[in-house]
Design a protein around this ligand. Structure first.
Ligand code: LMR
Length: 394
């Protein structure tokens, strides 16, 4: 039986991770996978996570199963962090999932139950795992324009034109903040226009928010999705704790299905629990419990949000430094967008050949579409990158 299997397409981001690992050069620079790194290149465990883990080790008395949808305390804390008071709690069905990817997968399966044949509208470009999972599930998908290559900003007119074709029963997948891979984001008045358009077409928004706190701050990064939630009858949200709590390998995420009323919420909640049971039964708890402890304790929460804010400010500083170095070395403003973008990523606008040259000649690793992870830089490597970019003729 197993010899009937054929090879599966390789994930480009994970492939790049492996290539970087195998590169013997000591001055190589990893701007590939979206994992935060400090100035020394390490991905540290946040102090609040360590403190919560210590406390948990002392206090935890059982490893028995939690609820099928996860622990209620985690769900409430995360709904508070992401949705805030944009919706009353009785409108929000929620389930813990293995990471943000698990939430995306469960959301797609929920969509398939609720609206078989729904087309999923994706930004062009988007995180490659979005179309990969949708294709695997055999669901129809379509693209909306998102990024203007010339200005390296959002192609908002193109986006609105394309989204207007989404029908009632279709789903429009939006990045809550820190668009992956471009780094170009909607402003609040654009979120409002998208909200009005979705209200008109009846298509359901599905927000993937994996970087809350990495863009303009914890509250500002959730403002767009909160606007959708408070103005539309239904919204789906997949949120990840991997990046903003730095607990990548703990696989901590949540799917929220926001309905128009409490009866809709009860049915959605039962469906979320059902889907968890079908796919993996109970969700992982360790990371979720740490997040719950941090969000529920004033001191730990303060410790965490301060460290997260330092991380955000550090990335902003690197963005500004890189834009400045490129201005000085290229004698032009064409890289100014790097300081305007938010989050871990920016799409540089280099050709695949230039990306390859950067890797071969300088040991600089970025994704083939020239997505760079800004957090992979430090004050010393920024000038090296800037010079290499200019030398490669980008
Ligand atoms: C990324 O885009 O690099 C991250 O979300 C990690 C991943 O799983 O691809």
């Amino acid at each position: 039986m197993l010899n009937a299997l054929t090879a599966q397409p390789k994930d480009k981001i994970l492939m790049l991770m492996q290539m970087y690992k195998e590169d013997p050069r000591s001055d190589k620079i990893d701007l590939g996978v979206g994992v935060y790194k400090d100035a020394s290149g390490a991905t540290p465990i946040m102090k609040a996570i360590k403190a919560a883990e210590q406390q948990l080790w002392q206090d935890e008395t059982t490893k028995a199963y939690t609820g099928l949808a996860g622990d209620q305390g985690f769900l409430d804390a995360m709904v508070g962090l992401v949705v805030g008071d944009a919706a009353s709690r009785d409108r929000v069905a929620a389930a813990a999932t293995p990471g943000g990817t698990g939430a995306i997968r469960q959301a797609l399966e929920l969509i398939r139950l609720a609206s078989p044949g729904a087309t999923i509208w994706l930004s062009n470009p988007t995180w490659p795992n979005h179309p990969s999972i949708i294709r695997y599930l055999g669901m129809p998908m379509a693209e909306y324009r998102y990024f203007d290559d010339a200005s390296r900003a959002v192609d908002f007119d193109g986006m609105m034109q394309d989204i207007s074709k989404a029908k009632q029963g279709d789903v429009v997948l939006l990045h809550g903040c820190c668009h992956n891979p471009t780094g170009a984001n909607l402003n609040l008045s654009q979120w409002d226009e998208v909200t009005q358009l979705l209200a008109k077409t009846g298509a359901t928004p599905f927000v993937d928010i994996a970087y809350q706190g990495f863009g303009d701050g914890l509250e500002a990064d959730a403002a767009g999705l909160r606007h959708l939630v408070s103005n539309l009858p239904e919204t789906l949200i997949a949120a990840s704790c991997s990046k903003n709590f730095g607990i990548y390998r703990e696989r901590t995420g949540i799917l929220m299905a926001i309905s128009g009323d409490a009866a809709g919420t009860a049915t959605a909640q039962a469906n979320l629990a059902f889907l968890n049971r079908q796919n993996f039964s109970f969700p992982p708890d360790h990371g979720a419990r740490l997040v719950t402890m941090i969000l529920g304790d004033a001191k730990l929460r303060q410790m965490w949000s301060t460290e997260l804010e330092d991380v955000r400010q550090g990335m902003l500083k690197l963005r500004k430094q890189l834009a400045q170095e490129l201005r000085d070395r290229s004698g032009s403003d064409r890289f100014g967008f790097l300081a305007e973008h938010r989050g871990m990523f920016s799409r540089l606008g280099a050709s695949p050949e230039q990306v390859e040259k950067l890797r071969k000649d300088h040991g600089i690793y970025m994704v083939g579409d020239s997505r760079m992870n800004i957090a992979g830089l430090n004050a010393q490597t920024v000038p090296l990158l800037a010079q290499a970019i200019v030398d490669a003729g980008v």
